[in-house]
Ligand binder design. Structure first.
Ligand SMILES: NC(=O)c1ccc[n+]([C@@H]2O[C@H](COP(=O)([O-])OP(=O)(O)OC[C@H]3O[C@@H](n4cnc5c(N)ncnc54)[C@H](OP(=O)(O)O)[C@@H]3O)[C@@H](O)[C@H]2O)c1
Length: 260
């Protein structure tokens, strides 16, 4: 796979897995478009990456949970003549708690960001990739893409969408030059749990490891990858062995014990 001189657009690039994608792709000499809400963090990261790697880095601030913002990001990229050949749909968050205790507005924003911004940005950027006959799309799913998760019901459902959507597009575009990958991490050491208001006790991977596993899987044209042997075993094997009601009960009680 060729990275040098090509341009990647990364959503949620201001922290965590998205920021790690920015560092890793910059070290492979890709030009970058960084997208998130926190302008200061994005500008600081852009300056650091330009200085360190001698690449072009553009910043587009956007709240991708708002209707129309994904299209505005695409139009802004077009206006700046940014020729995006890799799209990393990474921005996302999770609500947590008994379903009735979560504000419906927050869950609405969660679906807008985790699901609709992924679909809208993919719609926007895929025609340009098809015209060039090459491109790649990395959608960040989760181990929860593989099972329902009580107390994170909407989050797990959004990530099931991401996996299903990515695998279908992987088939549609595999003979047309576009690679599509669902990168499905388990617990990862980022601000994700702070944003959720709960933290897990153990077993977090580094975002750097998650990103490297993802890029290797993309290079091998995998349709999905789950970083880490234990996460991979649990997400691949348990849903095939257990009745769905048992699976949901089990992961619900395991995940409750995992939180501090
Ligand atoms: N950490 C984990 O354990 C874990 C496990 C599996 C999957 N994931 C997935 O990995 C992805 C990245 O999460 P992370 O762990 O790196 O968490 P994080 O450190 O909290 O990063 C989330 C990123 O998304 C951006 N973001 C949040 N809301 C946004 C909005 N409305 N519009 C635009 N950008 C927004 C944030 O930037 P701003 O606040 O500046 O907007 C930030 O850059 C998410 O899709 C998450 O579901 C995480």
């Amino acid at each position: 796979m060729h990275y040098v001189g090509k341009t990647a657009l990364i959503t949620g690039a201001s922290s965590g897995i998205g920021e790690s994608f920015a560092h890793e792709l910059a070290s492979r000499k890709m030009n970058l478009v960084l997208v998130a809400r926190s302008e200061d963090k994005l500008q600081a990261l852009a300056t650091q990456l330009r200085d360190r790697h001698n690449i072009s880095v553009e910043v587009i601030t956007a709240d991708l949970s708002c209707e129309g913002e994904s299209l505005r990001v695409y139009e802004e990229a077009q206006a700046r003549q940014l020729n995006v050949s890799m799209l990393v749909n990474n921005a996302g968050f999770s609500t947590h708690g008994a379903f009735e205790s979560i504000s419906s507005h927050k869950d609405h924003q969660q679906v807008m960001l985790n699901v609709l911004s992924v679909v809208d940005l993919t719609h926007a950027f895929i025609p340009g990739m098809l015209a060039k006959g090459e491109g790649s799309i990395i959608n960040i799913g989760s181990t929860t893409s593989f099972y329902p998760l009580p107390r994170q019901a909407v989050y797990a459902a959004t990530k099931a969408f991401v996996l299903s959507f990515s695998e279908a597009l992987w088939i549609e575009y595999q003979k047309r030059g576009i690679k599509v990958l669902a990168l499905c991490p388990g617990a990862t050491n980022t601000d994700f749990f702070n944003a959720m208001g709960r933290d897990v006790v153990t077993g977090k991977h580094s975002p750097q490891k998650v990103v490297r596993v993802g890029l290797l899987a993309l290079e091998h044209n995998r349709h999905y990858v789950i970083p880490g042997f234990r996460n991979s075993f649990e997400s691949n094997i348990l849903p095939r062995l257990l009745p769905r009601a048992v699976l949901a009960t089990l992961v619900g009680s395991v995940s409750q014990r995992a939180f501090k």
